[in-house]
Design a protein. Structure first.
Length: 731
């Protein structure tokens, strides 16, 4: 029988009162007034209330026992994960000409507080991004005569390649589909125009002075934010760490002969791990007097924008504000280098609050001392605690995962980040703080939760006490916030913890550990032992493939897919816990696109019936719970059968008859082809391989016979772009 927890508080106050009143005739027959105003009834109600309160407290005993059992097991609930993002910070008054230093952990104000992670020197410049875009096919046709004339004007040893100067991340907005610096440019480079603020008569002398090195602090540092476009890994790619992209950052300078040259910038730090993830690149700037911007006016310089020179700007206002150029280019041949957003004066932020130098308690001389911290959801990586020692002041103690591993002389403590508490040793396993010794938290960063997942533009200001005032541009959403684990969730994790002991051996171990990956919402996990995804082959010894899908609450296409950060997070959770000789792959799903058409008899004629049929089919074929035939998602490799779909439609309320359904698969040209079985449409089906799932892209519901075709979705219209001539007309 199931082990259910008894409810000791199973009677309400009203039930207790009624039972007492019902006993009155048996014990005191002369008492006949049971009205609420009677003094005796008032006493009865008082004792009923006291009994109800006592029963409530008694019912807490099982809860207390469960908590005590969790503590004996050493099971700590997982703390909240903090959301992160990249932002750009600039001056609220554009005429500011001085630089301003922001220390790490500066507060960024919003619906929930964020903090910067690293130092940022806000410089009084504006950065705009450009690329040398090759001509499209239509542009080549319309500009053929002009291009031919340009080739005669600029004789080149090789083939002359015309381009159009095109903004990237215009107005600071990210590129939805990303911009490929390899196929989307003629020079495989991204150009940052360093501009003075858009004010009348900017003070170039003061701006250059703010960009130049100082005797006190040395060279100025420019923060460049970088966010590569999220790519969907091909099936079987895995989650091995991506190698850094060989690249170089350069500024445009003028050589001794007056020609245009480039000087490589020294990188102070690279938080992007070589342009492969979101982060900040910090660059040492040269003396501002060395920054050079070649002329953009072809009447003054015929070679403006040609060859290795920066792209030509034909906007007179921007040309007048141009201070110099920063160039990013790879130093090796690449197939692709796609950027979603980049910007200057950037900072990485995290949804946490910082507290320093807090006295949280004092030693009592007793063993197993616990001290409560003022906040929960602690970041273990930055937490620092000190204990006062006689004649030596406050000394740093070391955090340890389990005090059972400490010796009697270890100045160690155990941190529970979710509960916000620290525990000290018993004199045998870890030292005991001396009686009266103060316990101080030197540094504490706490926060996190889904409340930190904000839309773009939600953060607008910096809480910096010094002038001048600053403002924030938040181009992208903040991601990664996850609430702390609840007690019920922790209890569900206990059986799995006893099974796998934080080690991935059996398939269930891989599944349970993958679902526990912090910072991501895992919707489905499938473990494929001995399956090598690159070869689509089973029975490969030593190989374990873990297929994961992110959680989703709707059944609409496209179905959920994993991106690189998601796969890397799950891989980082499983890799240190797998056996030494196991070859681990964390992969997404290979979807097979399908479409359906079905005819129904709908006597009511209500549109809701057609919608209900579509919803039922989408739910039946969905890849995540509560979809699938049994409500636990569509099984891997299960064949899609017409007869099963017919039953699903027939169960929808309001449907009196079903015609079809017809099944369609996608052809190489993108159209839909009807599936017809050899013995007729009645047994039509779409077989799937053991690593595949169906993706229902279109459902057509009609009255009467099922349609024999499904129209493909209309092609996306090209975005209206600003026509920029290759060479402006010059009189």
């Amino acid at each position: 029988m199931p082990l259910s927890i008894p409810n000791l508080d199973d009677r309400s106050y009203q039930q207790l009162r009624d039972e007492l009143v019902a006993r009155i005739p048996a014990h005191t027959p002369e008492w006949t007034n049971y009205n609420p105003g009677d003094p005796g009834v008032t006493l009865v109600e008082l004792f009923a209330w006291l009994t109800d309160t006592l029963l409530y407290r008694v019912n807490l005993i099982p809860e207390r026992q469960r908590l005590a059992f969790l503590r004996l097991l050493g099971v700590k609930m997982r703390p909240a994960s903090a959301a992160r993002a990249l932002v750009a910070i600039g001056f609220a008054k554009p005429d500011t000409t001085q630089s301003q230093r922001l220390a790490p952990r500066t507060t960024v104000k919003g619906p929930v507080p964020f903090e910067t992670l690293d130092e940022l020197i806000v410089l009084p410049i504006v950065g705009e991004l450009y690329r040398k875009r090759p001509l499209t096919t239509d542009e080549q046709k319309t500009m053929a005569a002009k291009v031919a004339a340009l080739k005669r004007l600029y004789p080149a040893g090789g083939e002359a390649v015309p381009y159009v100067t095109t903004p990237v991340c215009a107005d600071g907005r990210p590129e939805p589909d990303g911009v490929d610096l390899i196929s989307g440019t003629v020079d495989q480079a991204l150009w940052f125009a360093l501009l003075a603020p858009p004010v009348k008569n900017p003070d170039f002398t003061a701006i250059r002075a703010a960009l130049s090195p100082t005797e006190a602090s040395g060279p100025q540092i420019l923060n460049v934010g970088w966010s590569p476009a999220l790519s969907l890994p091909v099936f079987g790619e895995g989650a091995a760490p991506r190698p850094p992209v060989p690249h170089v950052w350069e500024v445009c300078v003028q050589t001794a002969t007056g020609a245009v040259g480039y000087r490589e910038l020294k990188v102070a730090s690279d938080g992007t791990s070589g342009l492969v993830r979101d982060g900040i690149v910090r660059l040492y700037l040269p003396n501002a007097a060395d920054l050079f911007a070649p002329p953009n006016d072809v009447a003054t310089d015929l070679d403006a924008g040609t060859g290795e020179r920066p792209p030509r700007l034909d906007d007179a206002d921007k040309t007048a504000r141009l201070l110099g150029w920063l160039r990013l280019r790879p130093t090796t041949d690449l197939d692709s280098l796609t950027v979603s957003w980049a910007g200057l004066n950037a900072a990485a932020i995290e949804q946490r609050q910082t507290r320093t130098n807090l006295i949280v308690g004092a030693g009592t001389g007793a063993a197993d001392l616990e001290a409560k911290l003022p906040l929960a959801g602690i970041d273990p990586g930055s937490f620092a605690l000190e204990v006062e020692e006689t004649g030596r002041g406050f000394l740093r103690w070391t955090a340890i995962d389990d005090l059972a591993l400490a010796n009697k002389d270890s100045a160690a403590f155990e941190l529970d980040p979710e509960a916000g508490s620290v525990k000290f040793g018993d004199g045998v396993r870890g030292r005991i703080p001396a009686r009266g010794a103060r316990i101080k938290v030197a540094l504490l960063r706490a926060g996190g939760g889904q409340a930190g997942n904000l839309a773009a533009g939600a953060l607008t200001a910096v809480d910096a006490p010094s002038a001048p005032p600053l403002k924030v541009w938040q181009p992208m959403v903040t991601l990664g916030g996850q609430d702390a684990e609840t007690l019920a969730e922790a209890e569900k994790r206990i059986p799995a913890l006893f099974r796998h002991r934080n080690r991935a051996i059996a398939p269930d171990d891989y599944e349970e550990l993958a679902r526990a990956t912090p910072g991501v919402r895992v919707g489905r996990v499938e473990v494929l032992p001995r399956f090598k995804p690159q070869q689509r082959r089973f029975d490969v010894p030593g190989v374990v493939s873990v297929m994961v899908l992110p959680a989703r609450d709707t059944f609409e296409p496209p179905y959920p897919r994993v991106d690189r950060p998601f796969i890397e997070a799950v891989y980082g959770q499983l890799e240190p816990r797998k056996p030494l000789g196991a070859e681990l792959y964390v992969i997404g799903c290979e979807y097979v696109p399908i479409a359906l058409s079905v005819g129904i008899d709908n006597p009511s004629g209500e549109q809701s019936v057609f919608t209900a049929v579509q919803d039922a089919l989408r739910k039946f074929l969905f890849a995540l719970p509560p979809g699938g035939p049994d409500g636990n998602s569509w099984p891997l490799g299960r064949t899609v059968k017409r007869r099963e779909l017919e039953i699903v439609v027939s169960r929808v309320e309001g449907v009196d008859g079903v015609y079809g359904p017809n099944l369609f698969t996608r052809t190489a040209t993108g159209s839909w082809q009807k599936v017809v079985a050899a013995d007729g449409n009645e047994s039509a089906e779409i077989p799937l391989l053991a690593w595949q799932l169906p993706e229902l892209m279109a459902v057509v519901v009609a009255t009467g016979a099922a349609p024999d075709e499904v129209k493909p979705p209309a092609p996306k219209k090209a975005k209206d772009g600003l026509a920029i001539p290759v060479v402006p007309e010059v009189c």
